[in-house]
Design a protein around this ligand. Structure first.
Ligand code: KWM
Length: 696
């Protein structure tokens, strides 16, 4: 029973409650007391899948989880799990459809075509899922007198993976030391590189471990933060400043947008824990029972499916590997600021009043307030309450840079109410990197179990689509004048590309879509990748931080410290996954944008001076360096999406909504997991599912 409950959680489903869609499918057919039995069946099917995710779960095996009276429900459940991509997804081998001879298509039968624009993770996920779904529902197409639809991917670049790009190195090191060097393949990650929450819930985990069998390396977050003079910062002092930073965020979180929790129809926890069925069947269906007591609750929107019941999430700590803020259910700090400062370990300035307030209400009610303006206000007020040294300011701004890293933009470009719209959706488990390159996941999706049809160097210039639900075809034209006709189009071009508007849509996209495109943020995180002959840093640590000086060294003005905070603030030792002594420095916040305009030489020089400040004057120049400029990349125009100040709560959902035969996927279309590879993957599954629903 525990394994079944775990399987549901690992599949991002509540083991004890119906998903809103399950509720809608089942409310006419089962009673409240039967929910437990149904959940036991559903969780058991998920367990079969996760035990061997390289082999598909057959309908027969799924129905075998139920007794005869529940076969129909198990069938409904199986279809739902397959079509929504909870089972049988990814690089899974599916049996060939066994279809009676009379039903097999003959030449000349209709064959639909689906064109997926973009071979990033979302596009590949969508295409792979469509292929799998079409195979599993082959009979339905044959029944309609059609052949199984075909799927083509149109990609502008000459490679797959999009913003997951593991660049190969052919660095000439000293051959006498490493005779096998030239025979080995060395890669470093230019884009996405960390798989977060690897143990549970992350579908990329299933691909990497369960299907492609790729080697991976767990990361640890232990870090040394070096001050601007190269000396390690006292961890006690860092902890003190981090608490103050968290307190600012916690107080600001009071002004967050609070989504309504979805109504959950729960099973009996005790019986589910034991894996038993409910004893009583109950007589009234869920719908009848609800109609008898109250009006039917509104269907919760799918985007809210992961919002936990306790919607008050407050920031408690930050993840140094990803910059993400960890949240916990609770209420924002209500203690008086002076009392809280003392609790955190700070001594108050002499004469400081017990009633000292941060006056955040005033700050946030100001026109144009952002997360950045509120946090700046918080630290500036704290300065009047406790003695903050220049090092404290450097530390505080290092933590801010860390948050700017996870959002790929300056805190001043983030909405005060919505900046962590995805809070509460983090998964458990280590953060991990794929040894030899994350792009292997994209290549795996392309090739396994059978190659997908992809046209590279097909830079889409225009998309003509049909904006009604009555069919009609689409025409996609490349910059070279090549046209592709399709019945459905899935657009996975990044938000940065959509914002730029160089790809035309006919008819033009409606205002609700262009509004969301304009309002959402799309920022830049860049990387400076440095390869060396030998390691001169602590080989046992995966990261180290470096504090940056203010423009005026002794300043205690927050603004002075904010200017350089994101420049080379965090360093990843990626030697284990790259196969060479290699460091990757992050350029976050304003620094990400500045990197676009800086020369390689100046950046390598700055990096070398910083490293010499920390590790001594003998630090050599790198033997190889690569600097990313994602903002100038014409197929990305930035790194990932963010919650910009003017955005509306449902903008990510609007990005996801299809228009006639034009569907959308990509990290910018999934409000529960934006800006991530796993989000991109899940968005691809969603688009595939919508297309199948539209056809069958
Ligand atoms: O590393 O999951 C981390 N893991 C991630 N995200 C990586 C941790 C990161 C993090 C993020 C948020 C919160 C916490 C932690 C932090 C960071 O390290 N991640 C990071 C860093 C950098 C520098 C980049 C560039 C990206 C990341 N992320 C984001 C992630 O890669 C993306 O979210 C994901 O890969 C997006 O996949 P999509 O499929 O949505 O989009 P792609 O751009 O990959 O694919 C679109 C395709 O369309 C591309 O192949 C284009 O070439 C193609 N295309 C564009 N225009 C056209 C076209 N094809 C034809 N015609 C056109 N006109």
């Amino acid at each position: 029973a525990t394994e079944c409950l775990d399987a549901a959680e690992s599949s991002r489903l509540n083991p004890y409650a119906l998903h809103p869609e399950e509720y809608h499918l089942l409310r006419y057919h089962i009673s409240h007391s039967q929910v437990t039995t149904y959940l036991n069946i559903r969780n058991a099917i998920l367990r079969i899948w996760l035990q061997k995710p390289w082999a598909s779960v057959s309908r027969q095996a799924a129905v075998g989880c139920a007794n005869a009276r529940w076969f129909d429900a198990a069938n409904v459940c199986y279809d739902w799990l397959v079509r929504r991509g909870y089972i049988n997804y990814g690089c899974v081998k599916l049996p060939e459809p066994s279809v009676a001879k009379s039903k097999r298509p003959s030449n000349g039968r209709k064959q639909r075509k689906i064109a997926v624009i973009g071979a990033g993770v979302s596009g590949l996920a969508c295409a792979r899922q469509l292929e799998g779904l079409f195979k599993q529902y082959a009979e339905r197409f044959y029944d309609m007198g059609e052949d199984i639809p075909m799927v083509v991917i149109l990609e502008g670049r000459s490679r797959v993976g999009g913003r997951v790009y593991s660049r190969e190195f052919k660095t000439k090191l000293d051959k006498r030391r490493k005779p096998d060097f030239e025979a080995k393949r060395h890669t470093a990650e230019m884009g996405g590189m960390i798989i977060t929450g690897f143990e549970r819930g992350n579908p990329i985990n299933v691909l990497v471990r369960g299907q492609l069998g790729l080697p991976y390396h767990a990361l640890t977050a232990e870090t040394t933060i070096y001050d601007s003079n190269g000396k390690p910062v006292d961890p006690v002092r860092d902890e003190l400043v981090e608490k103050l930073y968290n307190d600012c965020l916690e107080r600001v979180s009071e002004f967050k947008f609070k989504p309504q929790p979805s109504k959950l129809i729960e099973g009996n926890h005790d019986l589910l824990d034991e894996g038993r069925d409910s004893p009583g069947d109950g007589s009234k269906t869920i719908l009848q029972a609800e109609e008898a007591t109250a009006a039917l609750p509104d269907a919760p929107s799918v985007s809210q499916q992961n919002v936990p019941d306790k919607v008050n999430l407050v920031p408690v700590s930050a993840d140094k590997l990803t910059g993400r803020v960890h949240n916990q259910p609770g209420v924002p700090a209500s203690e008086k600021v002076a009392e809280k400062a003392r609790m955190m370990g700070w001594s108050l300035k002499s004469g400081a009043s017990e009633d000292f307030g941060l006056n955040l209400e005033d700050a946030v009610s100001r026109e144009g307030s952002t997360l950045g303006s509120a946090v700046d206000h918080g630290i500036t007020r704290y300065k009047d309450l406790v003695d903050l040294t220049p090092q404290d300011f450097r530390l505080f701004n290092w933590h801010v840079a860390n948050l700017e890293y996870s959002n790929a933009t300056n805190l001043h470009n983030l909405s005060l109410k919505l900046w962590d719209i995805d809070a509460g959706n983090e998964w458990e488990g280590n953060h991990t990197m794929v040894v030899g390159g994350y792009q292997s996941v994209a290549r795996g999706l392309l090739q396994c179990p059978t190659p997908l049809d992809v046209s590279t160097k097909f830079a889409v210039k225009s998309i003509r689509y049909h904006n009604t639900s009555f069919g009609g075809s689409a025409t996609i034209e490349s910059e070279d004048g090549v046209t592709v006709h399709a019945d459905n189009v899935v657009c996975t071009m990044p938000l940065g590309v959509l914002k730029q508007g160089n790809v035309s849509f006919e008819p033009p996209l409606p205002d609700w879509k262009t509004g969301a495109i304009d309002r959402l943020g799309f920022g830049i995180l860049n990387k400076v990748v440095l390869v060396y002959k030998e390691i001169f840093w602590d080989p046992d640590r995966h990261i180290f931080g470096v504090l940056r000086n203010a423009t005026n060294r002794h300043s205690t003005s927050q603004e002075d410290y904010s200017l350089n905070r994101g420049r080379f603030f965090q360093w990843f030792n990626v030697t284990n996954t790259t196969g060479l002594p290699c460091l990757i420095a992050l350029m976050a916040g304003d620094a990400g944008f500045e990197t676009e305009r800086s020369s390689n030489d100046s950046l390598v020089e700055e990096a070398t001076q910083i490293l010499r400040g920390v590790f001594g004057s003998k630090v050599p120049y790198p033997v190889e360096s690569v600097i990313t400029r994602w903002g100038s990349d014409r197929f990305a125009r930035g790194s990932y999406s963010s919650a910009a100040p003017g955005m509306k709560p449902d903008d990510y959902d609007s990005m996801a909504r299809s228009i006639g035969n034009l569907s959308f996927a990509g990290e910018h279309t999934i409000g529960t997991h934006p800006a991530t590879v796993h989000g991109a993957y899940l968005s691809g599954l969603r688009a595939a599912s919508e297309i199948l629903d539209g056809i069958l």
